[in-house]
Design a protein around this ligand. Structure first.
Ligand SMILES: [Cu+2]
Length: 151
């Protein structure tokens, strides 16, 4: 689903997507590393499961960082917190979003980057799914949009 609040996004025009088995992975992207940080995060506009059976995102890895964790954002007492989760459920016929600045959303946390990533960079991560298997996705590094923190 594309929320109307995102209509100002220029990234629609530059969107890229890949198929991994029955999964459609829309627009893998990341944001530039903040100065002084060793970590960064990677996102997708959405992963849609077009299959008849549920799948799970089990993890990701790549050369960009020592490890990659799946994080879930949760609002606790008005503070946005993130915690690592072992997997993300991808129910059949559903679309799960992993967007920047989204409450109760997921993202991939790039832990201990080997070098900081900047706008315009691209990097690959291998995504592991329970049913669809391993697929390589190219992530485009984009500056966070000013309207991306709308709630
Ligand atoms: Cu995180």
């Amino acid at each position: 689903m594309i929320a109307s609040g995102l209509s100002g996004f220029s990234q629609i025009a530059y969107a890229h997507a890949l198929k991994c088995g029955e999964l459609n992975i829309a627009h893998p992207y990341s944001t530039p590393t903040m100065s002084g940080s060793k970590n960064s995060a990677a996102y997708f506009m959405a992963i849609k499961n077009n299959g008849k059976e549920a799948d799970q995102l089990l993890g990701a890895k790549g050369d960009v960082s020592l490890s990659v964790e799946i994080h879930e954002m949760q609002l606790e007492n008005n503070v946005m917190k993130m915690r690592a989760v072992p997997e993300v459920q991808l129910p059949a016929g559903y679309e799960v979003t992993f967007k920047h600045g989204q409450a109760n959303g997921y993202h991939l946390m790039l832990i201990d980057l080997k070098k900081s990533i900047k706008q315009g960079d691209k990097f690959a991560l291998t995504l592991s799914f329970k049913k669809a298997g391993d697929c390589q996705a190219e992530f485009w590094v984009e500056a966070p949009k000013p309207d991306s923190h709308k709630h």
